[in-house]
Design a protein around this ligand. Structure first.
Ligand code: NAD
Ligand code: TYD
Length: 345
């Protein structure tokens, strides 16, 4: 296999981190460059097992820093760019939208310019189903690639804006690209501000789990390794200029997700605490993945075996999430929730 250079942005985060591990181990003939500025969500300890490998490189850089990014692209002449760097948490976007526009919109534009400048083979933009807005509770309706974009949160609006820029660079300049739009991920190294790792980590400390509103909102959960496989397939086989939805038909209400984790951990449902609803809280997300399945993808995890393995991972890797919980995250949690035992987190 010909040696290729792959730039992965956001490779110190949750999905990017799993994707870097997946690519470094699966493709010894590819040089994998992890570019990340290391925000609160980025950490490199997850890559200790690969940091001495010949095909792994780390670059600390901000994707908005045009001069640095253009010089890096000129020097390294990447073949592929897989773009995951982003501000990713909806609640933070409600409190502070500006940084979402900076990173997700302006940062994407800088990467597109750099990719066009050196004529990359392909730019893979990792986006989200949240750009489609919300569905109602009719279980026969799904997001397809043709669903109009109707983002409701500052996060999803910033991602939709970046999707449109990627599309425009394809239409205007012929930059080869694919966009993937995945449903909610879960799995190892998921930052404990998101529902599933928040629930697991708080239950393991016998702390209350905050559920927004009535807990009936629905998300479509996919194990992060199935997402990594999808991005790999799209990078290699995706038809130029196409968008692919990624999801495995694992719809659950938030209450069902939390209760499933409680059952596995033998914790009392008294630990549920209903808290005020998220502003503009999207009711339901659900993906129709037919187009990606026709390309040859199918998920390997059911929600049941994926969530069981994920809980085991959090039990085995307490040090990783406890380090996060003991840092600046404490202030975030207290500001975010009016939960009775917030000070105990
Ligand atoms: P994350 O918040 O865990 O990680 C984001 C990473 O990007 C961090 O390592 C952070 O340091 C880095 N980063 C942020 N700003 C940067 C900047 N200016 N320059 C360089 N690096 C920067 O996010 P995640 O959950 O792993 O999501 C990754 C991507 O996948 C995002 O684009 C997100 O929109 C998309 N996505 C996420 C989900 C999900 O369920 N988490 C689902 C679908 C799509
Ligand atoms: P989250 O993990 O933040 O992902 P997203 O908002 O991108 O879907 O939230 C998943 C669902 O869980 C969402 O409907 C909001 C809800 N939620 C809670 O009920 N309580 C919480 O503390 C958090 C973080 C989320």
């Amino acid at each position: 296999m010909a040696r290729k250079k792959i730039l992965v942005t956001g490779g110190a985060g949750f999905i990017g981190g799993n994707f870097v591990q997946y690519m470094v181990n699966k493709y010894p003939a590819y040089d994998v460059y992890n570019l990340d500025v290391l925000t609160y969500a980025g950490d490199l300890t997850k890559h200790r097992n690969i940091e001495n490998k010949d095909n792994y490189f780390f670059v600390k850089a901000d994707i908005v820093d045009r001069g640095t990014i253009i010089s890096l692209f000129e020097k390294e002449q990447f073949d592929y760019v897989v773009h995951l760097a982003a501000e990713s948490h909806v609640d933070r976007s409600i409190t502070d939208p500006g940084v979402f526009v900076r990173t997700n919109v302006l940062g994407t534009q800088v990467l597109l310019d750099a990719s066009k400048h050196i004529n990359v083979t392909k730019f893979v933009h990792v986006s989200t189903d949240e750009v489609y807005g919300e569905l109602d509770f009719d279980p026969t309706t799904f997001f397809t690639e043709d669903t109009p974009l109707q983002p409701n949160s500052p996060y999803s609006a910033s991602k939709a804006s970046s999707d449109l820029l990627v599309r425009a660079y394809y239409e205007t300049y012929g930059l080869p690209m694919n966009i993937t739009r995945c449903s909610n991920n879960y799995g190892p190294y998921h930052f404990p501000e998101k529902l599933i790792p928040l629930t697991i980590s708080r239950l393991l400390n016998d702390e209350k789990v905050p559920i927004y509103g009535d807990g009936k909102n629905i998300r479509d959960w996919l194990h992060v390794w199935d997402h990594c496989k999808a991005v790999d397939l799209v990078m290699h086989e995706g038809r130029e200029g196409e968008i692919y939805n990624v999801g495995g038909h694992n719809e659950r209400t938030n209450l069902e997700v939390v209760k499933t984790i409680m059952t596995i951990l033998s914790k009392s449902e008294d630990l549920i605490e209903f808290v005020p609803d998220r502003l503009g809280h999207d009711k339901r997300y659900a993906i129709d993945p037919t187009k990606l399945e026709n390309l040859g993808w199918k998920p390997t995890y059911t929600f049941e075996n994926g969530i069981g393995q994920t809980i085991l991972w959090y039990l085995d890797n307490k040090q990783w999430w406890e380090n996060i919980l003991s840092g600046e995250y404490q202030d975030y949690f207290i500001n975010q929730y009016t939960i009775k035992n917030a000070k105990n987190c």
